[in-house]
Write a protein that binds this ligand. Structure first.
Ligand code: FES
Ligand code: FES
Length: 178
């Protein structure tokens, strides 16, 4: 028993030292930014991506990670009014920015009109692409409430969906744009 305790203490000390070493080598950055109209100050590794800061540091797990390399659009959020891939933005670029995530779309547990229309038109199946689709759509409708079909297609060209065949998504957005 005594021996086991000794080993445990050794192990804990080793882990603590290992963590301290890792922490020492990290470049940390302080970010002061706004997420969903709330100010946040966090200190994180500057090599972290926006999606990591949102999910792991702010608990906003509605933003999904698909490819991690800017190809699928699953991680789309709105940054300073534009739809961007949160897997491509580094923490060091976030100071002073305004971010909007999928968590800001629903209000008081009531779905937004856009979310409701996605449901009504069968534009949500597995749902993995949906937060990104909604954020790209919102970024478009915020500046252009009545887009043409071509404008919708252009705005969503970076968002992939493996389930719906896109037509239900287009129909939902057309209904929202009427
Ligand atoms: S996870 Fe960011 S674009 Fe695919
Ligand atoms: S609903 Fe499954 S990927 Fe779009």
């Amino acid at each position: 028993m005594f021996r086991r305790n000794k080993i445990l203490v050794k192990k804990k000390t080793y882990v603590k030292k290992f963590r301290q070493e890792r922490y020492k080598n990290k470049v940390m950055t302080k970010i002061n930014f706004t997420v969903n109209n709330n100010n946040h100050q966090v200190e994180v590794e500057d090599s972290l991506r926006l999606i990591d800061v949102l999910r792991d540091h702010l608990g906003l797990t509605g933003t999904k990670e698909g490819c991690g390399v800017g190809e699928c659009g699953a991680c789309t959020v709105i940054m300073d009014g534009a739809a961007i891939c949160s897997c491509l933005v580094l923490a060091g670029q976030l100071n002073g920015t305004q971010i909007e995530t999928i968590e800001n779309i629903e209000k008081d547990q009531v779905l937004s009109k856009l979310q409701q229309l996605f449901l009504e038109h069968g534009a949500v199946q597995c749902g993995f692409c949906t937060p990104g689709m909604l954020m790209s759509t919102k970024a478009l409708l915020d500046v252009n409430p009545h887009p043409s079909e071509d404008e919708v297609k252009e705005a969503l060209e970076g968002n992939l969906c493996r389930c719906t065949g896109y037509i239900p998504i287009l129909n939902a957005i057309k209904a929202a744009a009427q």
